[in-house]
Design a protein around this ligand. Sequence first.
Ligand SMILES: [Zn+2]
Length: 244
Amino acid sequence: MSIFHGVAGKRTTPPLGVCFHNDAGSKNATCGFYSSWLPNHEPAAGFAHYYVCSDGILQAEDEKYKAWHCGNSYGNANYISIEICQSMGDIEVFINNEKNAIQLARRILTDYSLTPNRDTVKLHQDFALTACPHRSMEIHGGREPAREYFINQLVTPTTPKKKGEKDMQCFYTVDGSPNVYWFNGDSVRLLTHPDQVSILNRIYHDINGCDIPTYAFTSSAPWHKRLIQATVCEKLSASDGKIG
Ligand SMILES: [Zn+2]
């Protein structure tokens, strides 16, 4: 499995986390490319444990060995390195590789009983003066936002949400009118056909395992107006925050 056979030495203590890289390779820098290129590559020029590409994941070094991946002896010794490949190619391909790299990182952190956080999720820039991981930082808005994205992605799927928590939705009527309104979690819409209620509820049920809650509001207790006010207020404050 290993291409480099422990050339950088064996790790004496368990790894402290993962380190993400972007390979600065073109759309052709796939596993097919790396599997033929790496064996002829000078290890001292740098190599990572894993290369995540559109055609799969290539493991170039066993996890029990170090890798010369970040130009820093502490980082090389303590972090398992993941190259997110094809970083100079199509954005969709790169983003998909990034997602697969995060899945790989999740497996690694789990294997070593590590929790995703700033200490366990590193970027190449944490250890050396480099543009790496350039594409991830470009997409996510800088080094810390990129790290935050990785950590959030690593944490989120392991924290099951309560049913409906992610998509807070409801139907409601007002004063007994046949008009049905749909709050989609962001804004309110008047539905113009009963089938719209049926199909929205069916999809919601398939995803969440329960129906969209339905309320009958009245003008004497106008919760529907409060709902709209709350939605609008939220939007205003979000936009204020951006300006500030
Ligand atoms: Zn790097």
